[in-house]
Design a protein around this ligand. Structure first.
Ligand code: HEC
Length: 142
């Protein structure tokens, strides 16, 4: 009998989780996972175009975990794509790669009325985005 109680409890927790999730994500089907960026220097509210955390080891560490929770399901574990979304190890390093990266991160990608990638700018913020970019640059491949 004890197991029934557990199963019921688990079911209730799932339901609660599901309704919070659908409230958060009216668009797209990805549940964004909060990223703790409090250890990183503030960069203000305006979006910058070049990574203020490039080469910052703390940022890369935070970015690695943020990537695993928010991007890996499409772009692949450890940034190695299985083919459903571009392999981010090949993104250009440096300033022009930064501009492309942050544009996609902020706005996602939709065409023909279909969401290929959901936008992350409003949900995770730019500090998390630049932390992910700092980590991705450590995985770069030519
Ligand atoms: C639901 C799947 C999905 C998730 C989750 C996702 N992406 Fe994407 N991403 C895509 C797809 C698909 C494309 C290609 C879009 C296109 O070609 O229009 C893409 C493109 C990109 C690009 C441009 C790559 C290039 O070579 O042009 C970047 C940068 C990127 N994503 C970063 C991220 C980051 C960072 C995250 C996590 C915060 C993330 N994505 C989460 C599916 C996803």
């Amino acid at each position: 009998m004890r197991n029934y109680g557990r199963i019921a409890l688990f079911g209730a927790a799932c339901l609660a989780g599901a309704s919070i999730t659908s409230a958060l994500m009216a668009h797209g089907n990805v549940t964004p996972q909060a990223v703790d960026t409090s250890a990183l220097p503030e960069i203000g509210a305006d979006w910058v175009q070049h990574n203020p955390y490039r080469g910052n080891a703390t940022a890369a560490k935070i970015g690695e975990s943020a990537y695993g929770q928010n991007c890996a399901r499409c772009h692949g574990l450890d940034a190695e794509s299985g083919g459903i979304a571009p392999d981010l190890r090949y993104l250009e390093v440096g300033d022009s790669g930064d501009e492309w990266f942050i544009q996609r991160y902020q706005h996602g990608s939709s065409h023909d009325g279909k969401v290929y990638m959901p936008p992350f700018g409003d949900v995770l913020g730019q500090k998390a985005g630049w932390a992910i970019r700092a980590w991705l640059e450590t995985k770069h491949q030519e």
